[in-house]
Design a protein around this ligand. Structure first.
Ligand code: MN
Ligand code: MN
Length: 471
């Protein structure tokens, strides 16, 4: 089968629509560098589109009806949206599920220290990264510090032009002969990923009190602590109850002379999260309830209360069933198994510079449309969704009828490697599920690349899917 570059097919009207959509997408990337920030942005967009919080709907005590739009937020880090269809929930839903966490470095619980007049924050990386890619590049710090009194300090430092940035040092090339002999996995080790946050000692000039002028043990660290105290009202101990994420600084950019691509941090998987959300907010008057799940923790195995393995999703379905009328557990089970899902996640785009990692007939290409993926490359399809032929045939018809360009691919050559998504977790309910999303070049690097055409086409595919009648 031939893969085509879909740019050739677009009308002027479509090209205009594509550019507007991709500008919105870049704005989303700039304003949603962490899962918490993503949830904030998504709640705003959803409320503008008439979505109401589940708790409010429960309080109001009204019965669920077709056309109701409901969202539920889990611990500020995951969100689920529902557009209630004309059919009862028992008949199943059309579900889009993406994740809003991305690889990064997290600040440790006891992070601040000083060495040789440099103040550092110690980090522990989150998700799969090539550690050597994260040094000597500007970084920003995003997250929350929750104080014992329950108040929350929000932080976002390094993405405004006037903000300072942070960085991890790297050894100069002149002295790196020994370092460069190491394996790439060891060139920069995990414990070396500490960010530099200061170099100026705290000096208190006070002639009346000679003692105060005496040098502190770690004057640069003290200087940083004073700034944290003055500007954010936090003490050193407050790092214990903080969630601070270190991410590449700077905005999402258009890439290439032709501006055909987007280069940005966190496109795995915010590209599918945004396209799924956009599709969700577009669809109206659906027959079958549409659902959009945007979860946390995918990059570390979907663990935790905000990851897909949490029962939060099931609980929300139960609440909806309860609002629909007489609650019945068997109907919950029927709803879940009758649902169809696209696990909206990215695939590895074929990279001509590293062609040997791919099998070209079964690879996804930049600019060739939405990517379906039944399985990834390793250990005999281990961890894959291995979706049913019947389901794939159904999806082919849905997308062909909507004239959406798509391709089928594996993530890499057989036994070269692989990667998981949330698909296997949803498959446990007995529902049909397959991975479907955007091809990404240099996935999990500080800056990942996508084709605008693929982002646009995937959004169109998601809309067609949500409007479909089910199997
Ligand atoms: Mn992903
Ligand atoms: Mn990933």
């Amino acid at each position: 089968m031939e893969t085509k570059n879909i740019w050739e097919n677009y009308s002027q009207k479509q090209l205009r629509e594509l550019e507007v959509f991709c500008k919105d997408y870049r704005d989303f990337l700039d304003n949603a560098k962490t899962e918490r920030e993503a949830v904030n942005v998504i709640v705003n967009l959803a409320e503008k589109s008439g979505y109401v919080e589940l708790e409010e709907v429960i309080k109001a005590g009204k019965k669920l009806k077709a056309g109701d739009k409901i969202y539920a937020v889990n611990m500020n880090k995951a969100i689920m949206l529902f557009n209630i269809g004309k059919e009862p929930l028992e008949k199943g839903m059309n579900i889009l599920g993406a994740h809003i966490d991305s690889p990064r470095m997290d600040v440790k619980s006891n992070p601040l220290y000083e060495d040789s007049s440099i103040a550092y924050l110690d980090t522990h990386y989150y998700g799969g990264i090539k550690k050597y890619q994260w040094v000597a590049t500007p970084l920003s710090l995003h997250g929350v510090v929750v104080k014992k009194d329950g108040s929350t300090i929000e932080m976002a430092i390094g993405d405004d032009e006037d903000d300072p940035v942070f960085f991890v040092s790297d050894l100069l090339i002149h002295l790196a002969a020994e370092q460069l002999d190491k394996k790439a996995a060891k060139v920069v080790e995990g414990e070396a990923l500490d960010i530099i946050v200061g170099n100026r000692p705290l000096v208190i000039k006070d002639s009346k009190d000679k003692k105060k002028e005496e040098k502190k043990k770690d004057p640069v660290k003290e200087g940083v602590l004073k700034i944290l105290k003055d500007d954010y009202g936090m003490e050193e101990e407050d790092f214990l109850s903080a969630e601070l994420e270190v991410v590449p600084a700077g905005k999402a950019r258009e890439a290439g002379f032709d501006r055909s691509m987007i280069l940005a941090y966190g496109q795995d998987d915010r590209v599918c999260a945004f396209s799924s959300l956009f599709a969700m907010l577009q669809v109206k008057d659906v027959e079958r309830t549409s659902c959009c799940i945007l979860v946390d923790k995918e990059e570390i195995g979907s663990v935790g209360a905000t990851g897909m393995t949490s029962v939060y999703f099931e609980n929300v379905i139960r609440e909806l069933m309860n609002l629909e009328g007489k609650y019945d557990e068997i109907k919950v089970r029927r709803c879940l198994s009758a649902s169809t899902m696209l696990s909206s996640d990215v695939n590895a785009a074929f990279d001509p510079s590293y062609a040997s990692a791919f099998e070209k007939k079964n690879a996804s290409f930049m600019g060739a449309g939405m990517v379906f993926s039944k399985f990834t490359g390793s250990r005999g399809k281990s961890g894959s969704n291995d979706a049913n032929a019947e389901y794939i045939a159904y999806l082919r018809k849905v997308l062909d009828d909507a004239k959406v360009a798509y391709q089928f691919a594996e993530l890499g050559k057989v036994d070269v490697g692989g990667g998981g998504t949330i698909a296997y977790i949803m498959a446990k309910y007995g529902m049909n599920v397959i991975d479907a999303g955007v091809a990404v070049l240099n996935m999990h690097a500080p800056y990942e690349a996508t084709s605008k055409a693929d982002v646009y086409e995937t959004m169109r595919g998601y809309i067609a899917f949500l409007n479909a009648a089910g199997m």
